[in-house]
Design a protein around this ligand. Structure first.
Ligand code: BG6
Length: 484
């Protein structure tokens, strides 16, 4: 069988990790502009005050802003039929609550979408990828403040009107489920405690001490904003399709003990199912309501929120998949890292240099689970291996490890399609090297195109093809039949 005709193949990027040009084209300061690369000991730090002598990865990122033509030409040469990217909110509304959108910012994305059109690559646009105008954090307190829903919707409406007919697939929030985690509360929901919003103080981004109650309240606001985005997108153009975007961390019980089974079900529900149940099925699942009540953390809802959630289900289910890990009732077990959330080590799996366990079968398992649970079209919008690359003397980059990773995952996705799953597309993270979200490093590379830039921000920015470039080109040309 294999992939259906018209299956979308591409790559995914995010503005704060890719664009750079943090002060060009009228862009305002954003939350990510306040975050350093990895400090010694491995933590990214936040400070309300920007220090001119400190390196901030988002400021220049990999300078896509001045390489738009070149980067998109590379994706087109690869054969991509779609391109997932995010819009920087502070490029459109520099302070988040400005009276008018920034025309130069809108033109920046006109350029990208016109170029995509020229190459026949369908854009898949994330409206908010782990970033927001800094002023919305400083003066409003991020998504904890209900007023930010309206500011977000105004921003989304501007995008739907401006890019009508050019963009049809939209993702309101990247990995919306990560908002419930301490680091996600900062990146995804823009939560910074009031005492840290003005002072010159360095704090690790995952140690900002955001109470669980606030995280849940902010998440509720994002869920409502996401549902209203579906409504507005459909009103403006019935051809618009809106998806949820879930950071999926597949969970296995560490052992077959009933206690581990229950621990696994618990972690899976809270990590993977809570938000998507709301966005796909239109209501909080019973386990979430019981948890809210037990912990006294039920979000304050406005009259009508239930209806908004019920009536605006998403059109498709998009998710990122990098790894799986294990859940257990025991506390004394070996642990592994993961994107924002680690878990118990699975003795059957190997891990990347950054400790992310590699599990292609987990992708097949996950897609099949999602097919049974939601039965709506699915898209894998992030998947890839973060690894350091070596540039040989002749300039070549032999990244067989990346090819192995991608091959095994695409094969697993094809097996899931053969199992009957409705998967409509795949965008690898990230086709061109970009800054790592968790560490701020450049050396944690995902690209099939290498960017000459190091962890301190030095380098020419030159793009060169790795071995994986030609390999992915063949995969796309054969619609996933030839995996090399
Ligand atoms: C996802 C994010 O969690 O993982 C991306 O949506 C991120 O923004 C990707 O880059 C890979 O994570 P990292 O930390 O290795 O860049």
């Amino acid at each position: 069988m294999g992939f259906p005709k018209g299956f979308l193949w591409g790559g995914a990027t995010a503005a704060a990790q890719f664009e750079g040009g943090w002060r060009s084209g009228g862009k305002g300061e954003s939350l990510q502009d306040h975050v350093t690369g990895c400090a010694p000991g491995g933590k990214r730090l936040f400070n309300a005050v920007i220090h001119p002598d400190t390196y901030y990865p988002s400021h220049d990122a990999v300078d896509h802003a001045s390489h738009i033509e070149e980067d998109l030409a590379l994706l087109a040469e690869m054969g991509c039929t779609c391109y997932r990217m995010s819009i920087s909110w502070s490029r459109i509304f520099p302070h988040g609550d400005d009276d008018y959108p920034n025309e130069e910012g809108l033109r920046f994305y006109d350029h990208i979408f016109q170029t995509c059109e020229r190459y026949k690559m369908e854009p898949v646009v994330t409206i908010n990828h782990f970033d927001m105008p800094w002023e919305l954090v400083r003066r409003y307190g991020g998504f904890l403040n209900r007023e930010v829903i309206d500011l977000y919707l105004r921003y989304a409406r501007v995008l739907f009107e401006r890019y009508r007919g050019r963009v049809r697939k939209w993702l309101p929030f990247n990995e919306i489920n990560f908002g419930v985690l301490p680091m996600g509360a900062f990146k995804a929901e823009g939560l910074v405690p009031p005492a840290l919003r003005e002072v010159d103080q360095w704090t690790p981004v995952d140690e900002l001490g955001i109470p669980l109650r606030d995280r849940i309240q902010a998440l509720h606001h994002q869920l409502v904003a996401s549902a209203l985005t579906v409504q507005i997108a459909h009103d403006i153009d019935p051809l618009n399709q809106v998806g949820c975007m879930i950071g999926y961390i597949t969970k296995y019980p560490l052992t077959c003990s009933p206690e581990d089974m229950l621990a696994c079900q618990h972690d899976d529900r809270f990590m993977n199912r809570l938000c998507s149940d709301v966005l796909v099925k239109g209501a909080y699942p019973a386990f979430a309501l019981a948890w809210f009540e037990r912990e006294g953390i039920a979000p304050v809802e406005k009259f009508g929120d239930d209806e908004v959630l019920r009536e605006n289900a998403v059109d498709f289910y998009a998710f990122s998949y990098y790894m799986s890990n294990c859940a257990t009732a025991k506390t004394e077990v070996e642990r592994v890292d993961g994107n924002l959330l680690g878990g118990a080590r699975n003795p059957y799996l190997s891990a990347s240099e950054w400790g992310w366990q590699v599990d292609p079968d987990g992708l097949r398992y996950t897609i099949n689970e999602l097919q049974d649970r939601y039965s709506i079209p699915m898209m894998v919008v992030e998947n890839g291996l973060g690894a350091p690359d070596v540039v040989e003397d002749d300039g070549s980059i032999h990244d067989a490890y990346r090819i192995d990773y991608l091959r095994s995952h695409i094969k697993a996705m094809r097996d899931a399609v053969d199992d009957g799953a409705n998967v409509i597309g795949y965008t690898a993270w990230s086709p061109i090297d970009s800054v790592s979200s968790s560490t701020g490093q450049m050396s944690k590379r995902y690209g099939m195109v290498y960017v000459d830039r190091d962890d301190g921000g030095s380098g020419s920015g030159k793009r060169s093809k790795k071995d994986s470039f030609a390999w992915y080109q063949k995969v796309i040309a054969s619609n996933g039949d030839d995996l090399g």
